[in-house]
Design a protein around this ligand. Structure first.
Ligand SMILES: [Mg+2]
Length: 162
């Protein structure tokens, strides 16, 4: 396992929700793409329905001509199903915070890391991985209380680094 650089556990931005992310501002600072986490960021854990807030966020981003790629540790079937709702490219079985998965997502977006915002609800996967890849990282609160038992453990660790 790679060593963790403590600085890479800090998001550039902590948003109170997806809808509070100012996409126009992101555009102003040169961002053109969004790497989006799945579980507890745009859907409830293990559910295949997009949260209303996530729909609005994605639709606004598409309108502003952002390119969006889903990036998830979830299975191919599930990730593909949700990506298919808006016909988005996706990377499944990502093993975040592995950098490879982010590089793959950047290739799918055809953008450079500094042109991309990575959004997710977990510090040790979404934020660490996004920072390692060189993206602008945004932490959002989890949509729901249910999650993988390993994730619950990581939340305790997250408290230590916050
Ligand atoms: Mg998540």
């Amino acid at each position: 396992m790679n060593l963790i650089n403590i600085k890479q556990l800090k998001p550039q931005l902590k948003a109170s929700s997806l809808s509070s992310i100012n996409l126009r501002y992101m555009q102003d600072i040169g961002k053109q793409g969004i790497i989006l986490d799945l579980d507890n960021t745009i859907t409830l854990w293990k559910e295949d329905v997009l949260a209303n807030e996530a729909r609005e966020f994605i639709e606004q981003a598409v309108k502003l001509q952002f390119r969006i790629c889903l990036l998830s540790n979830a299975t191919k079937n599930r990730t593909a199903k949700i990506a298919g709702i808006y016909n988005l490219p996706y990377v499944s079985l990502a093993r975040k915070p592995a950098k490879d998965a982010y590089l793959k997502a950047l290739r799918l977006l055809n953008l450079k890391a500094d042109e991309v915002v990575a959004v997710g609800d977990q510090i040790f996967t979404d934020i660490l991985g996004g920072n390692r890849a060189g993206c602008y990282t945004i932490l959002v609160p989890p949509l729901g209380p249910r999650e993988f038992v390993g994730t619950k453990l990581m939340r305790q660790l997250e408290k230590l680094v916050e």
